[in-house]
Design a binder for this molecule. Structure first.
Ligand code: DQA
Length: 158
């Protein structure tokens, strides 16, 4: 039998926990083997572990997801409503094409960080346009996979 104060404190801790959703779009499952000269040697699992470690250190909870399907990403964004205090999204190529992901992100009322491992502005022109940047709270690009930790810190500070 738990003391009522313990239960009250536990509930408060749960309610006050910062939950961050990290979404990864198409081809990011190939990290580590895909164009390593652009994206580096770390696998997506390495990146997920790095984020989970950092979350533990900072006392926040992170959900880390990847999908190659646009609709799946839209579904995850929709279910993020009211559940997370911030969203980090590396939408991969969908960054440059997806109105559906933009619209889903617009339904959120929490800070959104757009993330790219590579510096998209130093690459092909079609990567210079993003459907997310103007509705995001911030954009991090070109910092390699360390950008994920930087994005987490940016959300935690908010
Ligand atoms: C990327 C950049 C995009 O242009 C590309 O399509 C990706 C990865 C990045 O993390 O640098 O898949 O989002």
């Amino acid at each position: 039998m738990y003391h009522p104060l313990f239960l009250q404190t536990s509930l408060l801790v749960i309610l006050m926990t910062t939950n961050i959703l990290i979404l990864n779009g198409p081809n990011l499952n190939l990290l580590g083997t895909r164009e390593p000269e652009v994206y580096g040697d770390n696998t997506l699992e390495d990146v997920a572990n790095m984020c989970l470690e950092h979350a533990k250190h900072k006392g926040v909870v992170v959900d880390f997801q990847q999908s190659n399907q646009e609709g799946q990403l839209v579904d995850w964004i929709q279910t993020a409503r009211g559940k997370y205090q911030g969203v980090i999204i590396n939408a991969g190529a969908y960054t440059h094409t997806s109105v559906a992901i933009r619209d889903a992100l617009l339904s959120l009322e929490v800070p959104i960080i757009e993330l790219h491992i590579s510096n998209v502005f130093a690459r092909e022109e079609f990567r210079h346009h993003s459907y997310i940047s103007d509705i995001a709270t911030g954009v991090i690009c070109g910092c390699g996979v360390k950008g994920y930790v930087l994005a987490m810190d940016a959300l935690i500070q908010q």
